[in-house]
Design a protein around this ligand. Structure first.
Ligand SMILES: *Cc1c(COP(=O)(O)O)cnc(C)c1O
Length: 375
């Protein structure tokens, strides 16, 4: 075994010079792993196995002693044909979180700011810190939805990027098409807007924004999508961006080359070829989500209208106790201490196991608690 000399303050002060803003940042925290007898509802993963043909395509994907196609051309061509754009208007990354990093790096550095709603996707603050830019988090409204007017108002001459997340992780709320268009009209055309649509496949609300049809109208808009959630390929790491070529080229320049593997590329193509089966699974999860939301409402929860494959319990200062009750009952959810709990929509049986526990939790909340419905 290699000997690494210990030091009393190993964890506190590294012996080498590092960037202070990085030292001050917490490392990315993942949803808790599940124990054998618990349901893992902490990472918004798809409970279904890969779609038919996907594993076969991965197994046949050829020699792993060779590098993958760095530009993922075959996958870009499939996506481009289906969305009526050129393959240059598509950029593939190793997950949409990699794409977020690339766009932020490409646009923002020290002295610039990145505006995003909060609470939202846990990765945003860290990615901004790494870029050297400054985070400008804008509080959500009381119901967990983005305050799009405040978001636009937070843009100033230092702003390089604004991130919008619809449905929002973790509150599951959407931005309406009307709100989004008013917002776009207020944001200067030289500020990049990233619309993070990681969960858009699960959206059933006809008023919710859909990014793709808006691309023709807003030259500063880029839409981010992923194969991790609806398509169930989280473990393979593949996501894509669609937008103007010149902006995507900047992200391509900021990318770590060759990070999207060949198995990921072929799995994504194979998944797109069985879209009807994908949509059927997505519809089943969306229906289960709606049943779960309705049951929570009946129990007395004030749940934001959920449009992702997850629901938000605004447990606030009761979060630790509520999460302990969930864990005790075999439900591993994602707790944000002092704020709330995000529960993914998983297997049917997980919902059956979940509901009696949430019923007890809501009954234990004091009257007037923000997570409790009046009356
Ligand atoms: C899960 C998630 C992503 C990232 O997914 P990848 O696995 O990196 O494609 C991006 N944005 C939001 C809001 C997410 O919840």
């Amino acid at each position: 075994m290699t000997f690494i000399p210990p030091s009393d303050d190993d964890a506190v002060a590294p012996p080498v010079k590092l960037r202070p803003e990085i030292l001050a940042s917490p490392p990315y925290r993942q949803g808790k792993p599940a124990t054998a007898d618990a349901f893992k509802l902490s990472s918004n993963e798809n409970p279904y196995p890969p779609l038919p043909g996907v594993l076969e395509a991965v197994a046949a994907s050829g020699a792993i002693n060779r590098y993958p196609d760095a530009s993922a051309l075959a996958l870009r061509e499939v996506l481009a044909a289906r969305h009526g754009v050129s393959a240059e208007n598509i950029h593939v990354g190793s997950g949409s979180v990699a794409l977020l990093s690339q766009f932020i790096q490409a646009a923002a550095g020290p002295g610039n700011s990145v505006v995003y709603p909060w609470r939202s996707f846990e990765a945003y603050p860290g990615l901004v810190t790494v870029s050297g830019a400054t985070s400008v988090p804008v509080p959500n409204r009381a119901d967990g939805s983005h305050d799009m007017v405040a978001l636009a108002a937070a843009v100033d001459e230092t702003t390089r990027v604004v991130i919008v997340c619809s449905p929002n992780n973790p509150t599951s709320t959407t931005v309406s098409a009307a709100e989004f268009e008013t917002f776009m009209a207020a944001v200067p055309g030289d500020v990049l807007v990233l619309l993070d649509e990681a969960y858009t496949e699960f959206v059933t609300d006809p008023d919710a924004v859909r990014g793709l049809p808006l691309l023709a109208r807003y030259p500063n808009l880029v839409v981010l999508r992923t194969f991790s959630k609806a398509y169930g390929l989280a473990g393979l790491r593949v996501g894509w961006a669609i937008g103007p070529v010149a902006i995507l080229d900047a992200a391509r320049a900021a990318a770590i080359p060759l990070s999207v593997t060949e198995p990921a590329q072929v799995a994504a193509i194979a998944s797109l070829q069985v879209e009807d089966q994908l949509l059927e699974r997505v519809a089943r999860l969306a229906a289960l989500r709606d049943r779960l939301s309705a049951a929570l409402f009946d129990q007395g929860w004030l749940v934001p209208k959920a449009q992702g494959n997850f629901v938000w319990l605004a447990t606030g200062d009761a979060t630790d106790a509520a999460n302990a009750a969930l864990l005790d009952g075999g439900i591993v959810a994602r707790a944000f201490p002092g704020s709330g709990i995000r529960v993914s929509v998983g297997e049917e049986e997980s919902v059956e196991q979940l509901l009696p526990i949430t019923g007890r939790i809501v009954d234990s909340l004091p009257a007037g608690h923000p997570a409790r419905r009046l009356g």
